[in-house]
Design a protein around this ligand. Sequence first.
Ligand code: MN
Length: 191
Amino acid sequence: MIHSVPELPYGHDALAPAISAETIEFHYGKHFQTYVDNLNKMVEGSPYEDMEIEEIVMKAGGAVFNNAAQAWNHDFYFRTLTPVPVQMPELLEEKLTKAFGSVADFKSEFIKAAATIFGSGWAWLCEDKEESLVIVKTQNADNPLTQGLKPLLTVDVWEHAYYIDYRNRRAAYLEAIWNLIDWEKVAGRLV
Ligand code: MN
């Protein structure tokens, strides 16, 4: 199976100024592409050759895991963003309020979690086995699927996600990206 980078559902300049076309060209066009290219090279002739990316993430380790998880994470990340503001569906609002006290409290906890990841990684909102919502921090390529969690939302905090637009100001990137989250997609992942 040949893996490929899916087409973006928006133009390269559609998320500007929060995320510039230049960042998309590097992050989506080069970093994401490289993970997918590496994965294709590594799985050829291996037991992972005919597996979907999610299955490789669950079964592989080492470099195969890293490239498969980064391919999965980036697809999930870019598909969660939208240039058109989306109102949060009521069911998601209720679940966030139950877990964090309010949507505003969720936002501040999520941004705090993302801001405090040491080095490269990802901040996630997930649903756990008890159907509660939890914030999870992962390092490098790690992905909460391997912890038995259902990912609903992720924000990439590798420097390549924000350094062109924000330099070292990760918190400014996190504030800006908040307005690009497609809450209907996030809520749709609950079912
Ligand atoms: Mn990235």
